[in-house]
Design a protein around this ligand. Structure first.
Ligand code: MN
Length: 232
């Protein structure tokens, strides 16, 4: 049986269907299928998560700043409070059950908030490279420096690589128990791991849009799915 990866429902309009298809294709190449979990009932969503072999937290809207004790600034997008709550509970359930978790873009931000960290609500004024470039999503936007002795370093097998970038927020204060494993040249956190949860990986870029042409980016999905198969 191929591993089944639980993912929170992202929506079914044309744009979201397209964005969802990139995760589905990347996971399919790695030998896994996706179960879309509805987010309208967070308790049910966390139960369904535990029934899957792993959890992938994907990109999406900005997390409600109330979650990290801040008022929403004008530059912060409108939150989806139901999805915030469901994803926090799904993440808690997955970590509790020892399920592998791969958190991408909004996902790494949800992970940081879950561990008690905060987010920059908008990095456009502070950034020195362009971190929001939808049209270059299948190519690279900026380099990242990868810290040695990390899961990410083992999987990407390099200390510096180019990634795409489709975010206007980033991790500010790091959540307790998390460790930074990659940064952009202008100092934003691009990947995190957790010593207590060796099956958790968060990345700020979108490997699902690069994985068709980049074996290095597809390797992240391959390793995640392999880990989900082993954890079964
Ligand atoms: Mn970036």
């Amino acid at each position: 049986m191929q591993p089944v990866i639980g993912m929170p429902q992202m929506g079914n309009d044309l744009f979201r269907k397209y964005m969802k298809s990139k995760y589905v294709q990347s996971l399919a190449r790695a030998g896994a299928s996706v179960k879309w979990i509805e987010v309208d009932d967070p308790k049910a969503a966390s139960r369904e998560t535990v029934g899957c072999d792993g959890l992938l937290l994907p990109g999406g809207a900005d997390v409600d700043p109330a979650r990290y004790g801040q008022a929403r600034s004008e530059a912060c997008g409108k939150p989806n409070v139901l999805r915030d709550e469901a994803e926090i509970q799904m993440l808690a359930a997955a970590l509790d059950a020892g399920k592998p978790v791969f958190a991408i873009c909004r996902g790494i931000q949800v992970v940081n908030v879950f561990f008690g960290g905060t987010l920059f609500q908008d990095i456009r004024e502070a950034q020195q490279v362009k971190h929001m470039d939808f049209f270059s999503r299948a190519r690279s936007c900026h380099p990242i420096d990868i810290h040695g002795d990390s899961l990410l370093h083992r999987l990407l097998a390099c200390e510096r690589t180019e990634v795409n970038s489709m975010h206007h927020q980033a991790i500010d204060a790091l959540g307790e128990g998390l460790r930074v494993t990659a940064e952009s040249g202008d100092g934003f956190i691009e990947a995190v791991e957790a010593a207590d949860y060796p099956r958790l990986l968060g990345v700020q870029w979108h490997p699902e849009h690069m994985s068709r042409s980049s074996a290095r980016q597809q390797a992240l999905f391959d390793a995640f799915v392999r880990c989900c198969g082993e954890a079964k």
